[in-house]
Write a protein that binds this ligand. Structure first.
Ligand code: PXP
Length: 246
């Protein structure tokens, strides 16, 4: 892998969202995972939510058995999800906050505020050989808490950057992500980023120094409706590559 390579984790939750609105068999997340891999996905991500609004337990089980790239399971840091992760052994787990009423993950995990509980879950997952990441806001106190909780990876929430109202606000948010990334790297952890990224706004994040993985879902699945998932993933990979080549 070239020094300039940033990996793309493709979140296929919303393939399951479309299936669940009809409680049907299609579209199948397993098929989506194959297409995403053929398009160049470096990881496949799914979020098994406590309310099972999209991905189901069976999906995670089948994906864990079949994907050829690392499977990243997004999960709340709670006992139920811990037990599932320990049983299915995804390559990677990303700890996320979860509220039943939210439309999507709204903010980062409060690692500092839930320190003991998070650290316990991190240790249980790591002991099982699972790589553990936490989805955090771009705040120094969360990075410091993540390091203390023995996390190996931090995924910085890029939602505030993606949703910034104007270019000035966007620059401010980008700088927060960059600074958090620098702190994460200086703390010896891997720096990932994600949420709200699309082909237009991904460039500035992909160009940040030593960012390891970008995790992208909604924009890719939305594009896939029109051009197919394989092509949508390939285009996102190209957008990332263009940014790295700068
Ligand atoms: N990273 C994390 C931790 C997430 O929870 C999500 C949304 O499920 C994403 C990345 C992807 O966000 P989006 O769907 O906006 O690309």
């Amino acid at each position: 892998m070239g020094i300039n390579m940033v990996k793309l984790g493709v979140n296929i939750d919303h393939v399951a969202t479309l299936r669940q609105v009809r409680r049907a068999r299609e579209p199948d997340p397993l098929w989506a995972a194959v297409e995403a891999q053929l398009g160049g996905a470096d990881l496949i991500t799914v979020h098994l939510r406590e309310d099972r609004r999209h991905i189901q337990d069976r999906d995670v089980q089948l994906l864990a058995q079949s994907v050829r790239v690392p499977l990243n399971l997004e999960m709340a840091a709670v006992q139920e999800m811990l037990a599932i992760a320990l049983r299915l052994r995804p390559a990677m787990a990303t700890l996320v906050p979860e509220k039943r009423t939210e439309v999507t993950t709204e903010g980062g995990l409060d690692v500092a505020g839930r320190f003991q509980a998070v650290r316990r879950v991190v240790h249980r997952l790591r002991d099982a050989g699972i790589l553990v990441s936490a989805f955090i806001d771009a705040q120094p106190r969360q990075v410091a808490a993540a390091k203390k909780a023995d996390l190996e990876i931090c995924e910085v929430h890029t939602g505030p950057y993606a949703n910034a109202a104007d270019p000035v606000a966007r620059r401010v948010q980008l700088e927060k992500v960059r600074a958090a990334g620098e702190y994460i790297l200086n703390s010896g952890m891997q720096f990932n980023a994600g949420h709200g990224l699309d082909e237009r706004n991904v460039g500035a994040i992909a160009a940040l120094p030593h960012v390891g993985e970008l995790h992208i879902g909604h924009a890719i699945v939305s594009q896939a409706v029109f051009i197919g998932l394989r092509e949508a993933v390939a285009r996102m990979k190209q957008a990332i590559l263009r940014a790295r080549e700068g």
